[in-house]
Write a protein that binds this ligand. Structure first.
Ligand code: P6P
Length: 335
């Protein structure tokens, strides 16, 4: 009949969460409400990023808005939106943001700690490059009243993690510990729709993603690995190079196409450049849940690391299992 092509049974993020939580034994509903507050933050940030390109909110444009105060940079707007949404949820006790030197402890009885980078890669915005919000969720420790102890924990204790990439459309990629699912924001509906169920990385893919401008700072092991994929000695095809310089965009491509993404620790950035708590951990959990691997330069599993301070950095190598294990054989030669 006429409307045969109209999908009338779409799975929104809200429905998806309700279904997954209904299956959870002792769900109180708090987690569902927290995830709904997170999705509101992503919708509102997406709205402002669309406006930013038009209204030039990106840099301190020098133009004053109606109240006369300077236009805020977008990463400050993103941070404000995120903090307000987590506070309003009433479910978050502790919040760590890339934009805040210290952790934030809210009054009230929330049982979750959230770590986030509200607009990762914001320096790329002026060039129209996709940026994103990266987030992770810990449940407070049982005896906790809300302190830094709730977030200086290994990434494997996260109960949820993901990112929202603000590209041609807003793409949310989420794990709550049972696989990875992708949702696309339908602006007219104002709903995230399930578009990429059960994402899985291919075991192998000849794509490497790294900032080659740092080559002279790399360890000999890192140099040897990248040389092996660029100038293969075994007659195999050289890998393709793909580097966007926005972690969310590089990781999103790695999940969809496979390959390896790396920001090695090097002589210039001894502990690497990327942050462990709200870049490394969420991306490592997503990658592992999608069948991939995420390690540091010593070959340790990223999710087993314990941060000593909330803005700690780490070298990161993540992506297709076969590709990361190949890189690991260079980083940690079999003893
Ligand atoms: P580089 C963006 O500034 C960022 O934090 C990540 O999103 C990205 O992966 C990395 O830094 C890019 O760093 O040194 O290659 O410009």
């Amino acid at each position: 009949h006429a409307n045969a092509d109209v999908e009338t049974d779409i799975v929104t993020l809200t429905r998806f969460i309700l279904q997954s939580q209904a299956a959870a034994a002792n769900a109180s509903g708090d987690f569902t409400l927290l995830l709904n507050s997170l999705q509101f933050a992503f919708k509102f940030i997406a709205h402002n990023i669309r406006r930013a390109t038009l209204v030039n909110l990106i840099g301190l444009s020098g133009t004053a808005n109606s109240t006369g105060d300077d236009q805020k940079k977008l990463d400050v707007i993103g941070d404000d939106i995120f903090i307000n949404a987590m506070k309003a949820s009433g479910k978050v006790k502790v919040l760590v943001s890339e934009e805040q030197d210290d952790l934030i402890v809210f009054n009230g009885g929330g049982r979750y700690a959230v770590v986030c980078d509200p607009i990762d890669g914001s320096s790329n915005l002026d060039a129209g490059v996709s940026v994103g919000t990266i987030f992770g969720v810990y449940r407070l420790l049982d005896d906790s009243t809300g302190s830094i102890r709730d977030v200086l924990r290994p990434g494997k204790e996260l109960v949820a993690a993901g990112y929202t990439m603000y590209g041609a459309s807003a793409n949310l990629v989420l794990t709550t510990g049972n696989g990875v699912n992708g949702f696309t924001l339908d602006d007219s509906l104002g709903e995230f729709i399930l578009t990429h169920p059960n994402l899985k990385l291919p075991q192998f893919r000849g794509i490497y993603s790294v900032n080659e401008g740092n080559t002279m700072y790399w360890s000999d092991a890192a140099k040897a690995y990248f040389d092996s994929v660029k100038n293969p000695k075994d007659g195999s095809k050289p890998y393709s190079a793909r580097y966007i310089g926005s972690m969310v965009a590089d990781v999103h491509r790695t999940i969809l196409y496979g390959g390896i993404f790396a920001y090695p620790a090097d002589k210039k950035s001894k502990k690497g450049k990327l942050r462990l708590l709200y870049e490394g951990f969420p991306m490592a959990l997503i990658i592992e849940q999608a069948g991939g691997v995420a390690i540091n330069d010593s070959g340790d599993r990223i999710l087993d690391l314990v941060p000593q301070q909330i803005h700690e950095r780490s070298g990161i190598w993540l992506g297709s299992e076969g590709e990361v294990l190949k890189a690991k054989s260079f980083l940690v030669p079999e003893k």
